[in-house]
Design a protein around this ligand. Structure first.
Ligand code: G1P
Length: 915
């Protein structure tokens, strides 16, 4: 990253995590999210570029990708004209100001301030005598709007006359219209002006598969802080920029043209812009004037002018801003930490914001996005819920349960989760494919929910299964199914079938357990967690996700036994056909890949040809024993068959088999290959022995660490591109999953190390995770954890990354060791000495059994992890007894806690650590 301008580091300005960054405006890829839960999703750069939308088909401003983030047609601008400066942009976006950008004698200081969740651009131009401040935010109301609160101050010694004009280009249509019928769709625009701005309403929703009536209105309004009305406007781009003009040098401003009394051109069917002109204002030295700009998308015409009533004065906009900041502060503080490392405490608040952002934006709609058409991917939804449910357990229950409705009887699932509960789409791009990791997440996430809330019964909620043309894990097509049949699985007699969530979980795991390749690992199918491994769907196998399924099978068995104990029941119902995938009615040799596949084929045949929907009661203890055996079989298989002792002297786990059925990792003629994913899940699942963990960690440090950045890369170079593994080969080494420091996996690696008791190693990994995005000069992003760190050290794909959710969960449940086990509270701190503050304290705020908990660890003797033990626990001042495992962890039973906390909303748990 090259930025030779003055200052390239942000600093925190309060204890909440607000920050300030001087002169970051020459970083092309820097952006901040502006959004609300009413649905506006935008981004803003230090020069106020960045689009905004409420969805794929309703872009307020021109949709953009990263490399045109500096495209002016998606920029907001606020112009003033004065005799002293001529046309002058408060965002710096004028041809004249841009031409001075890289000169030595730049006279402007630019400061960006960021807080939850508002972005402030301050420019102080001593030569022009103008200081301006523009605060951008989206109010926390039901309005899908973005507000800019603009203040301009005369910092010269004499009076200045300023003529303000706003510039808010309105694109007003589907992202698809950018390349398809772009001009045509602008011809369908109808512009309606009012005293404060304009509305654009396309006459139809253009879609050649079937045009639809359009009800979406895009609007821009401007009002003075003292409710001054604009004196006129230039509502079309043609009028505003003029022939030969541009957004950076618009004729209406440059020539200081008064608004037209008689329009020079047609207005309907034109590209629109919110270019509102205010009366010229004389500002005495030191005097400030303020303006409020509101842009948004709505379905209701009455909501447009209602915005002026809500936000249209200095007092009202200040109120909306305060409400916004209180709201977001409350959201990010639900899980928060206080260690001796102040910057870490603040940084974690930005991390805590990220899962909420991905809930709003999905994986799209910020300039770095993976899939740009909206909706949330299956694995991403479930993993974001890990953090969201820790933050708001009760709110998440419905989302979790409803999302199980996307599971098919073949264990695969509809992959896109749309807005609203239980709404799915089979695949974003209408391709029949299966990501083999998808089956692990619903159980993993719902298990966390059950552990933290004690609500084990959630697994016995009944729900339908998903049904469409795709059967047998996308290897066959049900030609008898028509969309009119609906997307809920029916029995042979035509009734919608419902089964428990646990049954859905078993369908997902038992199908995968039997779906193995020639080396008896689970098939890679169309990819696993790593999206780029998508070209090995015949012979490809994935070792790490075999281990993950194995681990889940074991803990599902434990959950079943817990359920049996709590509910005092001996059996659970499962649909009859599923029993054939268990060992309850006969066994197959798990060492035989062919036998497993045959069994799976039989199951597919049974459910595809007259699914009975009949339920059979099965003995819980027998089922649990069977699942445990399957799980252990996988872990042993991985441990014994996928360990590589490389000629480099290092030992590590193999990750994959490619589409030729060949092992991917290990020693090859050209080099030794290794993959972090394989180490992570072998460790986390329990497949790896202690000896293997130590060796794999050593190998990861030696082979995967980027020598320049110090980050753990996801993989070594993949080798010659033989198109037999995945599109990852096509990506240049050092980026994305192909050798980038891919935070999601690094965080999971750290999680696995903590889980297995390798605290020093986990903390060492943590330090790299923290250091890289916080090395602002290189990373070039605001606080938070990006998807990956490039070989150059740049933070890429900021905000919308699954790594945030995993990090929040890992810091709380592993580093702070605050977690549940089916409602029992487990405290197992894994903090190292340097994480305690000068008083020997480390604290966190979280939720447990629905109560707000303040957790305080005191380490008065300043001991390190190996030396401390839990010496005592007090809840709200009363000492309590606990079961302990050699002093390293303590367990407080759910019943005891419930009694203690009866009638309380919150409590303080104090844990003293001593020798
Ligand atoms: C992105 C995708 C995620 C995928 C991962 C690895 O990761 O969103 O679905 O598993 O790449 O291919 P994220 O940044 O969300 O961790």
């Amino acid at each position: 990253m090259s930025n030779n301008i003055k200052n390239v580091k942000w600093v925190y300005t309060d204890d909440k995590g607000s920050f300030e960054w001087k002169n970051p405006h020459t970083l092309n890829q820097l952006y901040f999210p502006i959004c609300n839960e009413a649905g506006i999703m935008g981004s803003v750069t230090p020069t106020l570029h960045g689009d905004a939308t409420t969805g794929q088909h309703s872009f307020l401003r021109l949709p953009l990708v990263m490399t045109d983030l500096y495209n002016t047609r998606s920029a907001r601008n606020f112009w003033v004209y004065s005799d002293r400066t001529g046309a002058y942009s408060l965002t710096g976006n004028s041809a004249k100001q841009l031409s001075e950008l890289f000169t030595e004698n730049e006279k402007t200081d630019v400061t960006i301030k960021g807080t939850f969740l508002a972005h402030t651009l301050i420019r102080e131009d001593r030569e022009a005598g103008i200081k301006s401040e523009i605060i951008s935010f989206a109010p926390v109301t039901d309005d899908a709007v973005e507000i800019m609160w603009v203040k301009v101050t005369n910092i010269s010694g004499e009076a200045i006359t300023l003529t303000p004009t706003t510039a808010l280009p309105l694109y007003g249509r589907s992202a698809d219209s950018q390349r398809d019928h772009n001009h045509w769709t602008s011809l369908a625009h109808r512009i309606e002006m009012n005293d404060y701005g304009l509305e654009v309403k396309p006459a139809i929703m253009h879609d050649e598969r079937g045009h639809k009536p359009n009800s979406t209105i895009y609007f821009a309004l401007a009002i003075g802080e003292n409710k001054e009305k604009p004196v006129g406007q230039f509502p079309t781009v043609t009028e505003f920029i003029g022939e030969g003009g541009s957004f950076e040098w618009p004729r209406a401003v440059v020539a200081n043209i008064p608004p037209y009394q008689v329009p020079p051109n047609r207005r309907d069917g034109m590209e629109a812009i919110g270019a509102m002109r205010f009366e010229a204002a004389v500002l005495a030295p030191g005097e400030t004037r303020g303006y409020i700009l509101i842009e948004g998308v709505t379905q209701e015409k009455s909501e447009v002018l209602r915005c002026l009533e809500r936000y249209g004065s200095a007092e009202k906009v200040a109120g909306a801003l305060e409400e916004n900041m209180n709201y977001w502060k409350g959201r990010v503080e639900r899980i928060s930490f206080k260690t001796g490392h102040e910057s870490f405490n603040k940084w974690m608040r930005w991390v805590a914001l990220q899962p909420i952002l991905r809930k709003i934006y999905g994986n799209s709609f910020l300039p770095h996005f993976d899939y740009g058409r909206g909706g949330r991917g299956w694995r991403d939804l479930w993993q974001d819920c890990l953090a969201l449910l820790l933050q708001s357990p009760e709110e998440m229950k419905d989302t979790l349960t409803a999302s199980f409705g996307g599971v098919r009887l073949d264990g695969s699932n509809a992959t896109i989760i749309e807005k609203g509960l239980g709404r799915f789409a089979a695949d974003r791009n209408k391709i029949s494919r299966v990501w083999m990791d998808h089956g692990i997440w619903p159980y993993y996430t719902t298990r966390l929910y059950a552990d933290q809330t004690g609500d084990v019964e959630v697994f016995f909620t009944e729900l339908p299964y998903w049904k469409d043309h795709q059967i047998s894990r996308a290897k066959a097509r049900d030609n008898s199914w028509k969309p009119a049949d609906g997307t809920q699985q029916k029995t042979v007699s035509g009734d919608v079938y419902c089964g428990s969530l646990l049954e859905h979980v078993l369908v997902q795991h038992l199908t995968c357990f039997h779906n193995v390749g020639d080396h008896n690992n689970l098939k890679l199918e169309d990819a696993d967690w790593n999206d780029l491994l998508d070209m090995a769907n015949e012979k490809g196998e994935t070792v790490p996700f075999s281990a993950f399924y194995g681990w889940n099978l074991i803990t599902i068995a434990q959950l079943l036994l817990q359920y049996k104990k709590v509910k005092k029941t001996e059996t659970i119902p499962l649909f009859k056909e599923l029993i054939a995938l268990t060992g309850l009615n006969g066994r197959v040799d798990y060492n035989s890949a062919a036998d497993k596949r045959k069994r799976l084929e039989k199951y597919f045949y049974a459910v595809n040809n007259g699914f009975s929907g009949e339920k059979t009661e099965v003995e819980i203890h027998l089922l649990a024993a069977d699942l445990t055996e399957m799980g252990n079989w996988i872990l042993k298989h991985v441990r014994e068959n996928e360990w590589i002792e490389s000629k480099t002297g290092y030992g590590f786990f193999n990750g994959y088999y490619n589409n030729d059925g060949n092992r991917v990792d290990g020693d090859h003629e050209d080099c030794t290959r290794m993959n972090l994913t394989a180490q992570t899940f072998a460790i986390m699942s329990g497949a790896a022995t202690d000896e293997q963990i130590k060796k794999a960690f050593k190998a990861a440090k030696a082979i995967l660490k980027d020598p320049d950045t110090g980050g753990f890369r996801l993989t070594t170079p993949l080798g010659p591109n033989t198109l037999n593994f995945g599109r990852g080969y096509a990506v240049v080494y050092g980026e994305k999953e192909t050798g980038g420091t891919f935070n999601h996996m690094v965080v999971m690696f750290m999680n696995g190390l903590y889980k297995r008791g390798y605290i020093k190693e986990a903390y060492e990994v943590f330090k790299t995770i923290y250091a890289l995005p916080n090395n602002t000069e290189k990373a070039g992003i605001y606080p938070g954890i990006p998807e990956y760190i490039s070989h150059e050290g740049r933070g890429m794909y900021h905000y919308l990354s699954g790594s945030a959710s995993w990090l929040l969960m890992t810091v709380l449940t592993e580093m702070f060791g605050f977690r549940g086990e089916c409602g029992d509270l487990v405290l197992a701190p894994k903090l190292v000495k340097e994480q305690f503050d000068s008083n020997g304290t480390a604290a966190a705020h979280a939720f447990f059994l629905g109560k707000r908990v303040e957790l305080v660890y005191s380490n008065p003797q300043g001991l390190d992890y190996e030396d401390y033990k839990i010496a005592g626990i007090k809840i709200d001042g009363s000492a309590i007894s606990f079961d302990t495992d050699g002093g390293k962890s303590a367990k407080i039973p759910k019943a005891a806690l419930e009694q203690l906390l009866d009638g309380k909303d919150s409590c303080t748990v104090q844990v003293v650590l001593g020798k």
